[in-house]
Write a protein that binds this ligand. Structure first.
Ligand code: ASC
Length: 153
């Protein structure tokens, strides 16, 4: 195959790969549930690492803050595609029916998390612990407000 044609095929494959990651289809509802729960597990881990510095339990380290904030910014985009129709599993998870009823509000929480994690990354990149502390609150608060409305207990 011509070099350029091969390059073109690669570009198309790479684009499709990125698109399918962003619009993942799940083989079965259990996979969607495991996916979103896995993402939220990671979110708790990475937010916790920044939280430890914000609360003074760990020494402040700009590089650690940035690395974790980068992961959080990416993770914030991921869980939502895994809340598709038919993934409520008859109330066997902590996902509340409001997720599928009050879609606009749920999407508002999604946007808040994406915006607040982007702000957290920018704050981390300043290297200023005070800025990191300020940006940490809104992220944790968004976890909480979304769980209050859309998660059981
Ligand atoms: C976490 C976690 C949450 C949020 C929330 C912040 O680490 O598991 O649900 O932070 O507690 O208020």
């Amino acid at each position: 195959m011509h070099k350029l044609a091969r390059l073109g095929m690669f570009a198309i494959a790479a684009t499709l790969g990125a698109a399918s990651a962003a619009h993942a289809q799940f083989a079965k509802p259990e996979d969607a549930i495991r996916y979103r729960q896995s993402v939220m597990f990671l979110q708790a881990q990475h937010l916790g690492r920044i939280g430890a510095m914000v609360k003074g339990a760990r020494p402040y380290d700009k590089d650690v803050a940035v690395a974790n904030a980068q992961v959080l910014e990416q993770l914030a985009r991921l869980p939502w595609q895994a809340f598709g129709a038919g993934t409520d599993q008859g109330g066997q998870t902590r996902a509340l029916p409001a997720i599928w009823k009050d879609t606009a509000k749920f999407e508002g929480e999604q946007k808040k998390l994406m915006d607040n994690t982007s702000a957290l990354l920018k704050a981390a990149q300043t290297g200023d612990l005070g800025a990191l502390k300020q940006a940490f609150g809104p992220v944790a608060q968004t976890c909480k407000s979304c769980h209050d409305d859309f998660r059981k207990d």
